[in-house]
Design a protein around this ligand. Sequence first.
Ligand SMILES: O=C(O)c1cc(C(=O)O)oc(=O)c1
Length: 295
Amino acid sequence: MPASTMDKDWLCFHPDPSKPRFTPPPGAVDAHCHVFGPAAVFPYAPERKYTPCDASQDQLFALRDLLGFERNVIVQATCHGSDNRALLDAIAHSNGRARGVASVAPDVSEADLRRLHEAGIRGVRFNFLRRLADFTPREVLMNIAERIAPLGWHVVVYFEAQDLPELWDFFTRLPTTVVVDHMGRPDVTQPINGPQFEHFVRLMREHPNVWSKVSCPERMSVSGPPAYDDVVPFAQRLVETFPDRVLWGTDWPHPNLRTHMPDDGTLVDMIPRIARTAQLQQQLLVDNPMRLYWA
Ligand SMILES: O=C(O)c1cc(C(=O)O)oc(=O)c1
């Protein structure tokens, strides 16, 4: 099978997203999105767990403009492993309007880290979902975290809520800002004040270096599109409790969705439901991501 043949059941991103009704504030940042390939130029990693459709930097930048955003934070997708070339090329062609979160190999050199910084990388991503990445020992990850800390970078962590108890000690020992992808993937059929989500809120309350992305309703919702009503209270609670430690992103091109592909315009229209004042929207979309990525 050629390297670029996408998985049989792969859903490609929405071909024609709507223009949102909500207008983001000037300078808004889509702080979680990816590029895939194109594989002919930037091949997918041999150790990848999925083969997606190509989703290029030009398509990402066109979406950014359609949605009314000014900047992107591009997060290394697991299908590219620790080969960050597609990500770096996208940042290089963004006219200063993109920064990135990379994946790095344990033996990455100091010189490589400095080059990544020059190229616009401001964090590394650790993935704890076995369907996406192979297990890496905690001490190996801790060593990477200790080496990126002096650069002022942060660690982005992706895990599912049921794994937080086991990961708690590791997360709370990290020497950097820690940014949690997709609210720590709560089971939104459980109560908002039930033990699972309370545990995550406690992590953020007790550890002021922990931030959360209030992203990916399309992944968590059981009630489904276009409103994703069941996810709203979870995101709203984090935005209102920790207004200076939340980020928002589209998650375009939405890897591994199986049931439907969201209209990205609809996702943007959820923002005023989760950040209900102009002040909260300004923090979520502009002030917080600018502090973390463009300071
Ligand atoms: O849930 C996922 O499948 C997923 C995958 C990736 C990735 O492969 O990098 O990134 C995400 O933010 C979410």
